[in-house]
Design a protein around this ligand. Structure first.
Ligand code: ZN
Length: 409
């Protein structure tokens, strides 16, 4: 209420108009690979975002005021402290994987897959995670999302590229994680305005947990290989281990949404560093293509061949969403910090998943995360659950152990 009251109505109107214009300009610029045509629009958006931060107010850094919409309580300073050790460990680990590791063979996932069978496969995955179809629906869309209509109605959307069964399968698990969170809010929270996630980052922890910690785990594939083979008989003869390895290939890619577990956060870091620089005024919009490409080279070792696959790839900035990106990274970090606590509380977690039993895991998530809705801020929630503040060391340990094993380091 206070934040909304802090913004003058005519500012909201003008910002909305600028966003609307910037979105169409972004679509055209990306299509034409023409950053220059988008530049004046982004300059306007940044100017509005800086004014917005002033209206909201902040103690330390104007970016903090914008973060508050997505990750209440998080600050630019905290993010830098989280990112430094991540960068220090992940960048050399990625190089080591590429130089000394044996990459898994993912060719077994190649082929042409029937869309209707993929749809049914997604349903099987959602049944496995115990998404409640009686209180929702699964529908087709170009860019998947989860929508909560109200208590008892949380809908999922998915897309079905036909060249591999994995993107739609793990996409369903991802949206399923979001939907389970929303299906787990007690009804009374709707009456209190608290029937939402604690933050975008905590919400993303629930989706990434189902997509990665579960969907990219060895135990999951031991259970799920026969399920996959029911829909696609060509997988009946393969080994669960080969499938587990095939879904865990690490490869620096140009596009964030296609990134694996090791490289994903590196994509987010470069966006955060650019955003913080734009808002504090140390970076000019005109310099973004060069800065983007340099950061891609430093962090991921690859340079986009054009701006369409580089600085123009995400819709967020054109929509005025500055401060949103860190949520994606925080989701990975929160999930990785919850996992050791889950394993401690549920020592049979892997054995349960191997049997296809997600009841203990869902029960744990309901009890520790879902039932609280937005009652606690994310820093309070993660501390209540794990006993300490967010610590990126959990994520580093999770990926280095998992991928050193897969890559035979
Ligand atoms: Zn998500």
């Amino acid at each position: 209420y206070d934040r909304n009251r802090a913004i003058p109505p005519d500012f909201v109107e003008q910002f909305q108009i600028a966003q609307s214009e910037a979105q169409s300009a972004w679509i055209a610029a990306r299509k034409a690979n023409d950053f220059a045509s988008f530049q004046p629009h982004l300059e306007k958006i940044v100017e509005f975002a800086r004014r917005l931060a002033e209206y909201y107010g902040y103690e330390d850094h104007p970016y903090d005021a914008l973060l508050e919409d997505y990750e209440p309580g998080m600050t630019c300073k905290q993010l830098r402290a989280i990112i430094e050790p991540l960068k220090r460990d992940l960048v050399p680990f990625l190089r080591k994987l590429a130089a000394a590791g044996t990459p898994p063979d993912r060719s077994l996932l190649d082929g042409s897959f029937d869309q209707d069978a993929l749809r049914h496969l997604s349903r099987s995955a959602l049944e496995f995670v115990q998404y409640d179809f009686e209180a929702g629906a699964l529908d087709d869309v170009a860019h998947p999302f989860t929508a909560t209509i109200g208590p008892g109605d949380v809908r999922i959307t998915n897309r079905y590229p036909t060249d591999s069964p994995i993107p739609s399968l793990l996409g369903a698990m991802h949206e399923g994680g979001h939907a389970l969170y929303n299906q787990g809010f007690p009804e009374e929270l709707y009456m209190l305005g608290l029937a939402g996630g604690s933050s975008n980052g905590i919400h993303e922890s629930q989706s990434r947990m189902m997509e990665n910690q579960v969907g990219r785990s060895r135990a999951f594939w031991q259970f799920f290989q026969p399920v996959l083979a029911e829909h696609f008989p060509q997988f009946a003869s393969g080994s669960p281990e080969a499938l587990y390895r095939a879904v865990n290939v690490v490869e620096p890619s140009l596009i964030r949404v296609e990134a694996d577990e090791v490289t994903y956060n590196l994509h987010i870091m470069l966006r955060f560093e650019i955003e913080a620089g734009l808002i504090e005024g140390s970076i000019a919009v005109a310099d973004l293509p060069a800065l983007w490409n340099q950061a891609m080279k430093d962090y991921l070792g690859i340079v986009p061949p054009n701006d369409a696959q580089g600085v123009l790839q995400d819709v967020h900035w054109s929509m005025g969403y500055i401060g949103y990106f860190p949520s994606y990274m925080l989701g990975n970090l929160y999930a990785a910090q919850m996992l050791p606590k889950i394993r401690k509380d549920l020592p049979a977690l892997d054995a349960d998943i191997r049997r296809g039993d997600t009841n203990p895991l869902l029960g744990w998530l309901r009890e520790n995360v879902h039932r609280h809705g937005a009652t606690y801020q994310p820093n309070e929630l993660i501390e209540r659950i794990t006993g300490h503040a967010l610590d990126p060391a959990h994520f580093v340990r999770y990926v280095t152990e998992k991928y050193s094993d897969i890559y035979g380091l």
